[in-house]
Design a protein around this ligand. Sequence first.
Ligand SMILES: Cc1ncc(COP(=O)(O)O)c(C=O)c1O
Length: 450
Amino acid sequence: MSPSDLLAFDQKHIWHPAQQMKDGEVFPPIIIDHAQDCYLYDVNNKEYIDIISSWWCNLLGHCHPEINAALKAQLDKVEHVIFANFSHRPALNVCQKLLPYLPQGLTRFQFCDNGSSAVECALKLAFQYQLQTGRGQRKKYMCLDSAYHGETIGALSVGSMDLYTSLYKPLMMNNIHFDGLDCYRCPYGKTRTACNCECFESAEKAFSRYGKETVAVIVEPLLQGAAGMRMYPPAYLKKLRRLCNAYDVLLIDDEIAAGFGRTGTMFAIEQAGVTPDILCTSKGLTGGYLPMALTITTEKIYQAFYADYGEHKAFMHSHTYAGNPLACTAAATVLTIIKRDHILSHAATKGAYLHTCLKERLGNHKNVGEIRHLGMINAIEIVKDRKTKEAFSPSQRIGWHIFRQAMQHGLVLRPIGDILYFNPPLIMKEETLAAAVDICAATIETVLGS
Ligand SMILES: Cc1ncc(COP(=O)(O)O)c(C=O)c1O
């Protein structure tokens, strides 16, 4: 099929995720032909910088020769096998290589096949643990305002973003949502670097009212990604851990977006020095190659399920593609490369470089409210008025117009509302980062003036 036939077929048959398909009339899908390093190439061979890591999952660049070779070798051994009652080297390799990076005490791995299913697994695991340790009256979960944990009904029920949840509320569990964490518009007038997490009082209120009915609280550590790359201090997580201990509420750490070095450490919660009861990871786990997720927990929780068959305490949860050997091979290879090539420390240097470039180019722009960063992630909050922090009306779709413009210049700057963000593969070179900043700045100036 020619490029125009491909597009016509796509528009006739494909229903793309998370977008109004009618937008395709003015902004049709880009049909990608191949990819290399941090670049995507469409069917007309136009090049794009993949500054969002293909939905935050690509870690080491596209078509990485070492990951490709490992996958090709695994293909000739075994492509898939049921994971109930069976095991294999790639799965064991992943766990062995991941263990040294995990918060102390997390030792038991459940394999899932995407982020939402890892969250579902965590919610069920937590409920059953409470039930089997004498706290069966607990049926609620707690989550934060603007939280995002995936799209399945259970995961949506612990999410608070109206954009995704409001329509489905009649189907959702009745959970407890408490507010906090908008550091850019802090209601206490504090700054991210000089606060005592005053907003934590809403968590304390929620726990004192509902703590004894609650199974678990789920949190995106340090970074609420889908809410607009909102960043908050580690002290919040320390406080949350203490509160969970006081009320026997389990702490679920959703590292699906934040994990694998995105925030400067392998897992974001490391920066708070606490261990969650359950940790979910996905996205970067396979370097963006194949769907896979892990829900990782403690020996203490595992032991509450370990019993004679007749006691019916087993965790009856499964996914067909759990522990897929190809996905595990990609993950194990990613972990080898991260360690051998010191990817995390290089990423920290590049994250700081990127932040400096953005500040220099855009720090004084009239519509740039804040440029925040954590590890390699840099986010630019576009506002109507930087003094009052007033946002543009959503109907103006400023972020979307900037996105369209940036695509014309070869940069995948897919925004969240009016928040533009850079979440590049950790190996992106400084010259590519600088080129991306140039396109971003020029595009903002085209859409909003200088
Ligand atoms: C924090 C967080 N949790 C869960 C998910 C859901 O993952 P998936 O899209 O693989 O279902 C996402 C996806 O963006 C996420 O950012």
